[in-house]
Design a protein around this ligand. Structure first.
Ligand code: FAD
Length: 281
């Protein structure tokens, strides 16, 4: 299955932990295939903690005739292990990777032969030439561990110089941050497509928790409106759909090259947003 939509959409899943989760995700995927995604990606637990689940979900997607991207994090890994995992992914027919540093869970230590995602990108290019299209992460609102906004942008440029083909951003709700990031990258000579990552809003507490951890800012007006809804999940979802559809419209109108949905293994919000955007065939 390949994309025919004029505006490219991709979708991210995480590997389920139970047989029920695997079955549920199969149903969700088939619902989301109505969007004719360019590709579906599957996250990869840092330290290789979800390798089996990631690879088997990627296999399932490929067997359904859809392009699959495997996320791949390098923190804590050795070159030998990464070499073996890349060979496995290539043999599976994977053509696209999301190359990441990752965050080691506390207690894992800091060992390993890769320090930054740029080391991984350079290693993939050196070992596998152009066998993979390489995506990297971008942070319009600055990565939480960055020394400064300038050094974070430079780190992004280094990943591109190392061989990244395109990027997917951390999610955000302020389109100015995205457009400024793209402009600043362009001024540094970085011109790869930077696709905004879109996080639908389904639950107020979950969103606050994730956003604290990954450094995504929830604008005050959104936070206060969400708090005002209390436990009224129907109102939270309705508000979230309006806010995120508006954001996607601004991004598309401003020249974003596509949308990457963090599905959280759910289909309803991404489908509804794309329906409103006229992206469902
Ligand atoms: P890097 O690009 O290496 O940057 C990490 C930090 O180091 C930044 O602060 C950067 O400014 C700094 N830095 C980089 N290079 C240098 C340098 N040379 N000198 C000094 N500082 C430097 N995590 C997972 O575990 N699994 C996933 O599947 C996953 N998928 C993701 C998908 C997307 C689209 C995004 C946006 C994030 C994803 N993450 C995932 C989270 C990601 O692993 C974390 O945000 C992690 O902290 C950084 O990874 P990175 O690849 O962006 O790292």
């Amino acid at each position: 299955m390949t994309s025919t939509s004029r505006f490219p959409v991709s979708i991210e899943f995480f590997p389920p932990k139970t047989p029920e989760g695997v079955e549920k995700l199969r149903i969700v995927r088939h619902q989301l295939y109505a969007l004719k995604p360019e590709f579906c990606s599957v996250t990869f637990g840092a330290g290789g903690s979800t390798q089996e689940g990631t690879f088997s979900t990627v296999r399932d997607i490929l067997s359904e005739g859809v392009n699959a991207a495997s996320h791949f994090s390098c923190i804590g890994a050795t070159r030998e292990r990464v070499r073996g995992q890349l060979a496995t992914l290539k043999a599976m027919g994977v053509k696209r990777l999301v190359a990441l540093r990752g965050d080691l869970p506390s207690g894992y230590g800091t060992g390993g032969e890769f320090h930054y995602a740029s080391d991984l990108v350079a290693f993939i290019r050196a070992e596998m030439s152009d066998d993979f299209h390489i995506e990297v992460a971008a942070y319009p609102e600055i990565h939480p561990q960055a020394r400064s906004p300038e050094s974070d942008l430079k780190a992004f440029a280094v990943k591109v110089e190392a061989g990244a083909n395109s990027a997917i951003t951390q999610y955000f709700y302020n389109s100015d941050a995205y457009f400024r990031f793209v402009e600043d990258a362009d001024a540094l000579g970085v011109q790869i497509p930077v696709v905004p990552g879109i996080m639908p809003i389904a639950s107020s507490s979950q969103l606050m928790r994730f956003s604290d951890a990954c450094g995504a800012e929830i604008p005050r007006w959104i936070r206060l409106r969400l708090q005002g809804f209390g436990d009224d999940t129907a109102s939270i979802k309705a508000f979230g759909l309006d806010v995120v559809t508006d954001l996607c419209e601004q991004l598309r109108a401003g020249g974003a090259p596509g949308l990457h949905f963090y599905s959280m293994n759910q289909s309803a919000a991404a489908l509804e947003i794309c329906q409103r955007l006229g992206l469902v065939a």
